[in-house]
Design a protein around this ligand. Structure first.
Ligand SMILES: Cc1ncc(COP(=O)(O)O)c(C=O)c1O
Length: 399
């Protein structure tokens, strides 16, 4: 008979031992506890577009209140396929190549569960959006990290070493996860970089799983390129996206995966048993969102550019070294100048004593020491929120 003290562990899956709770969501809880401004988690504190809220209300009033088709409402799948053609020139069959999920979060884990076997490896650029680590573990795969190195000069970008990447493809590699525009670095992968990744995927027969949730949030002329649009990639790419960031509706939980039919079938099976389907009325509203005019996206990016240019000078004045993002709505910073022991101690001081929540850099790295001098701020907030954050930053001193 098992010992009482060994029971709790006995009841738990080994998998959950291999990752911790989300640090980002924990920082949101701390922001609430200390009444701090939440520049930790990437959700907007301003209203979603009126047209799409009305579309959601109308769908509920029209009684679109039962399960949608498990792999996605027809209207939404048609809109996704149409817009992938318009934005990236990618031909998509909405009947055979799209799975609508509960957010891109579910699309990512459903994809990894659908393609990975125990012992497979998944290449992930580091620093990485923290979900990719646990996602790989839950799907039985092992993540293999490739460094993105911070810019040395102000106009440089985060870069990776081509040889290190090639090396990473040689270990039972099933897939590479590419997140562009990137969270947390703000890097937008260039065509040349994506072509290099494409060449490795083809040479080593590896899939590309791309998280393009920030595709419309771009600055200073940066262009988003879907890796599936490159020659030879459509048949080996799973493109993941969603409503959360493009339409400021992170709580709606609607996202999708677009993949070749055989992979789509596998993802649909996993998705069906994970969640059955995404919220039906919000899928209808999603079809309306994807029909917004081009000006909507232009204005969205422009508003975020203003917010980026609002927060960064305040951070620099307070003593942070900022890495200027080319896309997404985060800024990674270097905190060495403050003289704290590490990022966690610094983030704790910032939330408790200064009243601003940020994310400790270590949560974006496998080894905590690699992010010990970095923290990330989100600037998807109202100008008033950023004004107040700037005022509070003036209180920040060094140790
Ligand atoms: C890179 C990245 N992917 C996915 C997500 C989550 O997206 P969703 O709300 O569609 O699940 C986030 C949220 O912050 C993100 O930064």
């Amino acid at each position: 008979m098992a010992h009482v003290s060994s029971l709790p562990k006995h009841f738990l899956s080994d998998k959950v031992e291999h990752f911790t709770e989300s640090v980002i969501r924990e920082m949101t809880r701390q922001a609430m506890q200390y009444g701090a401004i939440n520049l930790a988690q990437g959700f907007p504190d301003f209203p979603a577009p009126e047209e799409i809220k009305q579309a959601a209300q109308k769908a509920i009033a029209d009684d679109v209140n039962q399960y949608a088709i498990t792999w996605g409402a027809k209207n939404l799948r048609a809109a996704i396929a149409r817009q992938m053609q318009v934005w990236q020139g990618i031909e998509v069959d909405p009947e055979r190549e799209v799975v609508v999920c509960c957010g891109s979060t579910e699309a990512m884990i459903a994809t990894l569960l659908a393609v990975c076997n125990k012992g497979d490896e998944v290449v992930v650029f580091e620093p990485f959006y923290e979900n990719y680590g646990p996602d790989s573990v839950l799907s039985g795969a092992k993540p293999r990290f490739v460094s993105l190195r911070p810019p040395q000069k102000p106009n440089d970008d985060w870069t990776f070493d081509a040889q290190e990447l090639r090396e990473a493809f040689q270990h039972h590699t099933k897939a590479i996860v590419v997140n562009t525009p990137n969270n947390p670095t703000g890097k937008v992968f260039t065509r040349k970089e994506l072509e290099l990744i494409r060449d490795l995927c083809v040479e080593y027969n590896v899939l590309a799983i791309t998280d393009e949730i920030y595709e419309h949030i771009l600055y200073d002329g940066a262009k988003h390129i879907s890796i599936a649009s490159l020659e030879g990639m459509k048949e080996r790419t799973i493109t993941i996206n969603g409503l959360s960031k493009s339409y400021s509706v992170t709580g709606w939980r609607v996202g999708w995966a677009v993949a070749p039919p055989a992979i789509t079938n596998a993802i649909r099976k996993v998705h069906d048993f994970l969640t059955v389907g995404a919220p039906a009325p919000l899928q209808e509203a999603g079809a309306a969102a994807l029909s917004l005019p081009g000006k909507y996206y232009h204005d969205l990016a422009e508003r975020y550019r203003t917010r980026r240019n609002h927060l960064i000078p305040a951070l620099e004045k307070a003593g942070f070294r900022c890495y200027l993002p080319q896309g997404a709505y985060y800024v990674m910073t270097d905190i060495s100048a403050f003289g704290f022991k590490n990022d966690v101690e610094f983030a704790s001081h910032l939330v408790k004593d200064v009243g601003i929540a940020c994310v400790p850099g270590s949560s974006f790295y496998k080894h905590a020491k690699d992010g010990a001098h970095q923290v990330r701020f989100a600037f998807c907030k109202k100008p008033e929120t950023l004004d107040e954050a700037s005022r509070r930053l003036e209180k920040l001193g060094s140790r």
